[in-house]
Write a protein of this length. Structure first.
Ligand SMILES: [Zn+2]
Length: 298
């Protein structure tokens, strides 16, 4: 006779053994407090509520031109009060690939001046579009500049296109206000899990280990509506959602890949350095998700 109790114990042990998850932190960019169905303030409250619920310290990379929008200054202040790390994402969100060194470095300093008022501001810099310079000279000029200013690279390890899912959802809701948002949620979760697995295995392949990840999200409606589901998904897959402050202690964030054009996910760039032939460029873009979303009517 089978003893089902033993079988269940055995299967769950196997599950624990094989489904060993990684570690991921939440980082949120831009802080554009425009209206996206919810106001910037409402989105901010939703995101903060979810982070508090899960007792997670996230990192917010603020593009400071948005601080002049209604409730943005208070919204970022609320992040600081809740203990979340505030980092620099420039004043104007220029792409470094399309901007000269002087203009770009001035833009970094402009943001720096505005972010100093927040208590949890730390000198972590995140490149807009993850573009770190299209020539060796520009790349090294800015790296030197950031070091001289005491900045560390607030690099992304798990890049994704949450911004694209958000854009498609807003476009859809404009035409069909009653469209079922859970269809976007399901695609969003699947997409982010797919990218997480990709960068996790690329890390194993490139570095021989998995790292403490930084996942790139944006201060958008998708984050306000789906962040809780996303964190729950990671947990259900055996992943640990860790503080961004802990993730940035991983020694990987000190590495400076040599590839040109510089940038993309840090793991992608390190893999490129090693001569990995399987990489696409750009590493992530809405174009890669378009066909599937079209097919699903999203
Ligand atoms: Zn950005």
């Amino acid at each position: 006779m089978f003893n089902y109790k033993y079988i269940i114990t055995y299967v769950s042990l196997l599950f624990t053994f094989f489904v060993h998850g990684g570690e991921v932190s939440i980082t949120i960019d831009d802080f554009n407090f425009n209206d996206q169905l919810l106001s910037g303030e409402e989105r901010n409250n939703e995101i903060l509520k979810t982070l508090t619920k899960h007792k997670i310290i996230a990192a917010g990379f603020v593009t400071t031109k948005y601080l002049s929008l209604p409730n943005a200054q208070n919204g970022v202040e609320a992040w600081s009060k809740a203990g979340h790390l505030i980092g620099n994402h420039t004043e104007n969100h220029f792409s470094y690939a399309k901007t000269n060194f002087n203009d770009f470095s001035n833009d970094v300093l402009l943001a720096d001046g505005k972010l100093k008022v927040f208590k949890t501001f730390q000198k972590f810099f995140r490149f807009p579009y993850l573009k770190e310079g299209e020539t060796e000279e520009k790349r090294d000029q800015l790296r030197k500049f950031l070091i001289s200013q005491g900045y560390k690279n607030g690099a992304v390890t798990i890049d994704a296109s949450d911004w694209y899912v958000n854009k498609r959802m807003l476009d859809k809701l404009k035409v069909y206000p009653d469209f079922d948002k859970t269809k976007f949620r399901d695609f969003y979760l699947k997409h982010l899990w797919d990218r997480t697995q990709y960068y996790s295995s690329l890390s194993q392949k490139t570095l021989g280990r998995d790292v403490k990840h930084t996942l790139l999200l944006h201060h958008n409606l998708t984050t306000a509506l789906f962040l809780d589901d996303l964190i729950e998904m990671f947990k259900s897959k055996g992943w640990k959602v860790i503080d961004a402050t802990e993730a940035f202690n991983d020694p990987i964030y000190k590495l400076q890949p040599k590839n040109i054009p510089a940038g993309e996910s840090l793991i992608w760039a390190l893999a490129k350095d090693k001569g990995d032939k399987t990489l696409r460029y750009p590493a992530e873009d809405g174009e890669y998700e378009k066909a599937e979303m079209d097919k699903l009517g999203l």
